[in-house]
Design a protein around this ligand. Structure first.
Ligand code: GLA
Length: 391
C-alpha cells in the first residue's frame, strides 16, 4: 500500500470518517555542503521522491491529536497547552509526536495566533522516507505538518517561514540542535533540481542538476547504522564550530575563507582547527560544485564529492567504517564521486553513478559489506523531486 493510502486509512480508523485533505513533504539528500548550515554557510541538497503523507480532519474541541503508522497510540493535547509543553515539558510527549506537535506550536508562535482562534485537528501520518537513514524523515514530517496546518488555519506563511517553523520544532520541541537545510530542501524541492541555499540570508537558487539528461543516477547507500542528532556528536561538532568562530573573532565560520586557515591553525587546538577547516573548505566546495555543474555539467563534480567525504572522515570525524567502506567501494567500482550525506555517525552515503554502472556498483557494495561482516546495506537510486504541498 502507498504511504498516501496508509495515511488516509489510518485517519479513518482513528476518527471513523474520511479526512478533509491530504498533504505530503519529501525527505532530502544533501549533494554537498555538510555541517555548513548552522555555520551560516552554503548547502546544495535536493528533495527525495520518498515522502511523509498526512491526512487531516478538523475537530470542534480545540485539541490536536496525532497518530502514525509507526506508533498507532494516538497522542492528544489541547492547542492551548502547547505553549506550556514546549520546550520546558517536552519530555512528557513521546519523541516522534514532538515533531508534529512542535510544528503546530511553532506556527502559532510565529504568527502570534491565539490557539482559541483556530480549529482543532486530527492528523494521521504514514511515510516511505526511511527513518534513521540520514534522509531527513524529520524534515518530511515537519514539512507535511507545516503545509497542512498553514492551509487549514489560513496562516498564509510562505515556504521559508514554514521551513523555519519546522526547524524551531526540531530545535526546541524535539531538542536536536540542527540547522535549516533539511526543512528548506523539503519545502523548496523541484524535479531534477538542487536547492543552492545561502543559510545566512536564506536566499535559495533552485538549480538544474541534469542527472537524468546526462544518463546519471544518484545511488543512496543506507548503511543501516542508526544515528540521532538529539544526542552526542552532532551537538559537540556544533559547539566546536562556535568556539572556532569566536577564536577567529567572526560571527560564524561562514565569514572565513580558505586563506584564513593558516591563522586559524595558530589560534586554536588541533581538534578545533580541523573542525573549522572542514567547514571552511566545505563551503568553498559547495560554491565550486554549483559553478562546476553549471559550466561543465554533473560529471565534473565527482572530485568535489570525494573531497567532501575525505574532509568529513579526517577533519570533522563524523564518518563510520560502514560509510567509508560504501564510499570507497562505490568509487573503486566506477562511481564518478561518492560521499556520506547528512549529519553523520551512521545513515547513508551517496554515489553519482553512470546509469549502466548502477548494478555493478551496487553488487560491489553489497559484497564488500558481506565480506566485512556488516549487515546488508539498503541500496536505491533517487531522482530529485518536488517539495511539500497539498496532494
Ligand atoms: C542534519 C541536520 C542539518 C545539517 C546536517 C549536516 O541533517 O538536520 O541541519 O546540519 O545534519 O549537514
Amino acid at each position: 500500500m502507498s504511504a498516501a493510502s496508509a495515511a488516509s486509512d489510518l485517519f479513518v480508523s482513528l476518527t471513523g470518517a474520511a479526512a478533509a485533505g491530504a498533504w505530503s513533504a519529501p525527505g532530502r539528500v544533501n549533494l554537498i555542503g555538510e555541517h555548513t548550515d548552522y555555520n551560516d554557510g552554503f548547502v546544495f541538497p535536493f528533495a527525495t521522491p520518498h515522502r511523509t503523507h498526512v491526512a487531516l480532519g478538523e475537530r470542534e474541541d480545540g485539541r490536536i491529536r496525532v497518530v502514525s503508522t509507526f506508533d498507532v497510540e494516538p497522542v492528544e493535547v489541547a492547542l492551548a497547552d502547547l505553549d506550556a509543553l514546549f520546550p520546558a515539558r517536552r519530555d512528557e510527549i513521546v519523541e516522534w509526536a514532538r515533531y508534529p506537535l512542535g510544528v503546530a506550536w511553532a506556527l502559532l508562535q510565529a504568527t502570534g495566533t491565539d490557539p482559541a482562534s483556530v480549529t482543532g485537528v486530527d492528523l494521521a501520518f504514514a511515510s516511505d522516507v526511511p527513518v534513521g537513514a540520514g534522509l531527513s524523515s524529520s524534515a518530511a514530517i515537519e514539512g507535511a505538518t507545516a503545509s497542512a496546518l498553514n492551509d487549514t488555519w489560513g496562516l498564509e506563511l510562505d515556504r521559508v517561514a514554514l521551513a523555519q517553523a519546522g526547524r524551531r520544532a526540531e530545535n526546541e520541541a524535539v531538542g536536536a540542535p540542527t540547522g535549516i537545510m533539511d526543512q528548506m530542501a523539503s519545502m523548496l524541492g523541484r524535479a531534477d533540481a538542487g536547492i543552492f541555499l545561502d543559510c545566512r540570508s536564506l536566499d535559495a537558487v533552485v538549480t538544474d542538476l541534469g542527472f537524468a539528461a546526462a544518463g546519471l543516477e544518484l545511488l543512496v547507500m543506507d548503511t543501516r547504522v542508526k544515528h540521532s542528532h538529539a544526542t552526542g556528536g552532532y551537538g559537540e561538532r556544533r559547539a566546536a564550530c562556535e568556539r572556532g568562530a569566536e577564536l577567529m573573532g567572526v560571527p560564524a565560520l561562514r565569514d572565513l575563507s580558505v586563506d584564513d586557515l593558516a591563522r586559524a591553525a595558530e589560534l586554536m587546538d588541533d581538534v578545533t582547527f580541523r573542525r573549522v577547516k572542514h567547514v571552511v573548505t566545505e563551503n568553498q566546495r559547495v560554491l565550486d560544485a554549483v559553478r562546476t555543474l553549471r559550466e561543465q555539467g554533473p560529471r565534473a563534480i565527482g572530485g568535489l564529492l570525494d573531497a567532501s567525504h575525505t574532509s568529513m572522515r579526517d577533519d570533522f570525524e563524523i564518518s563510520v567504517p560502514e560509510l567509508d567502506l560504501a564510499v570507497e567501494t562505490a568509487r573503486a567500482a566506477g562511481a564518478i564521486g561518492a560521499r556520506m550525506t547528512g549529519g553523520g555517525f551512521g545513515g547513508a552515503a551517496i554515489a553519482l553513478v553512470e546509469r549502466d554502472a548502477v548494478t555493478e556498483v551496487s553488487v560491489a557494495v553489497e559484497n564488500a559489506f558481506d565480506e566485512a561482516g556488516y549487515s546488508a546495506p539498503h541500496l536505491f537510486t533517487v531522482a530529485p523531486s518536488a517539495g511539500a504541498g497539498r496532494d
